[in-house]
Ligand binder design. Structure first.
Ligand SMILES: [Mg+2]
Length: 415
């Protein structure tokens, strides 16, 4: 059992893609576009943030040359200018940032069907099943550089924590791996404060106990860490210092015609744990889809589910609804029936010996509220007409039967 789960974990591959000095790079690109021939902000000491005129506020991003002067993200502009008087300051520009961010995420979707965006400039990709991750990551970096003009770092590992840590290694425009077996060599020598999720106060507290590196924490009795930091934080520090982290990726996709939410699952789903593991995921995903439909004023005429099996193949099912919906309960009930059919039926995937590591729920054939109301109104009108007609037909039959074919004609003539 254990050997099997270890084998499965090895096959999981996650990328963390992070734009290098995102705001500064994007401001630099915008400036080059607006003022062709002007200096590239990335090549001089420059920073985004604060109020340019009053020189108040803090630095939100800096160029690599500015970093060499000791300019730090989050420090007051005044302090940064004291360190580097020639620092060029630019205002933040979220309209530009959002459009670069969209273009960036769009490219990521070409590399994986499961992309979890975690902030404006970073995302996790499920790359499980990819043959040569390093090569694919290098290709992804090159494509972003060539098409969009800025650089990213890619971190590769078997969980999110290690992938994120890896993407933070040497910058810019680099791919790094941090597989479980590389943890002792690449992670343990780093100061404890560099462990993702270890705040400054926690680092100080651990430092006072003689725990200075991530390796020190990895080799400390978890009971000692729990006693010092509390159960939750103590467990987190111990587990993550040993390179263990979540492998669950929540993705979402939408285009003009459909919305879908997908997630990798924490454990492989089989017939045995179906009730316990799969049903809450279906509920969760249906809730997400329903919320997005309601947010945008759409209803779905078709519900779809999809799963990825242990051989990395995708399977899906869909069903047309009698009436379009945005309700979580209806979406969930339909998705549940479809998943059951896909997995549990006699010809289903479980019967074929597969397990499942990704599940998705989608909404297709979208219509808007007004359109649906109009349809419903027409439908009711038609139905009333039909009922009237049926009633009339019935009456005519009755009259004909009682009084003969001609009786009704006479009656209608009113004579
Ligand atoms: Mg970044």
């Amino acid at each position: 059992m254990r050997a099997e789960s270890e084998k499965q974990d090895k096959s999981i591959c996650i990328f963390h893609v992070d734009v290098n000095s995102a705001f500064l790079s994007w401001s630099a690109l915008k400036r080059l576009k607006d003022q062709p021939g002007s200096v590239d902000l990335r090549t001089i000491p420059s920073a985004v943030g604060g109020d340019i005129k009053t020189r108040h506020g803090v630095i939100t991003a800096k160029s690599i040359p500015a970093k060499k002067y000791g300019v730090k993200t989050g420090e007051p502009v005044v302090q940064a200018l004291a360190k580097c008087p020639q620092l060029v300051l630019v205002r933040s520009d979220f309209t530009t940032y959002r459009s670069y961010s969209h273009a960036f995420i769009r490219i990521l979707h070409e590399y994986s069907d499961l992309v979890e965006q975690v902030s404006i400039d970073e995302a996790y990709l499920d790359m499980t099943g990819v043959q040569n991750p390093q090569e694919v990551a290098d290709r992804l970096r090159a494509e972003i550089r060539q098409k969009l003009g800025f650089t990213v770092n890619v971190g590769i590992s078997s969980n999110k924590l290690l992938a994120k840590t890896a993407s933070d290694f040497e910058k810019p425009d680099k791919t790094h791996t941090l597989w479980q077996e590389e943890v002792p060599g690449k992670l343990w020598s780093l100061p404890i404060g560099e462990l993702h999720g270890c705040g400054r106060a926690t680092a100080r507290r651990l430092g006072s106990m003689g725990i200075l590196t991530i390796g020190d924490a990895a080799h400390t009795d978890p009971a000692v860490l729990k006693a010092a930091l509390g159960n939750k934080a103590g467990t987190y520090i111990f587990e993550s210092a040993n390179g263990r982290g979540s492998t669950v990726i929540h993705g979402q996709a939408e285009d003009a015609k459909s919305y879908s939410n997908e997630t990798t699952t924490a454990v492989d789903i089989t017939r045995d744990n179906y009730q316990k593991e799969a049903l809450p995921i279906i509920r969760y995903l249906s809730g997400k889809v329903s919320k997005r439909l309601k947010r945008d004023g759409f209803r779905a005429g078709t519900i779809a589910v999809s799963v990825k099996t242990d051989d990395f193949k995708r399977h899906s099912r869909q069903r047309v609804l009698a009436e379009s919906t945005d309700e979580e309960d209806t979406i969930c009930r339909t998705a549940g029936q479809l998943i059951e059919d896909l997995l549990l039926s006699p010809e289903g995937l479980f019967a074929k010996g597969h397990s499942v590591r990704l599940m998705g729920v989608g909404a297709l054939k979208l219509d808007t509220g007004e359109f649906r109301q109009m349809n419903l109104f027409d439908y009711l009108k038609d139905r009333k007409a039909e009922q009237k007609k049926a009633k009339l037909d019935g009456m005519m039959d009755e009259i004909s039967r009682r009084y003969g074919e001609n009786a009704l004609k006479k009656g209608i003539d009113g004579t």
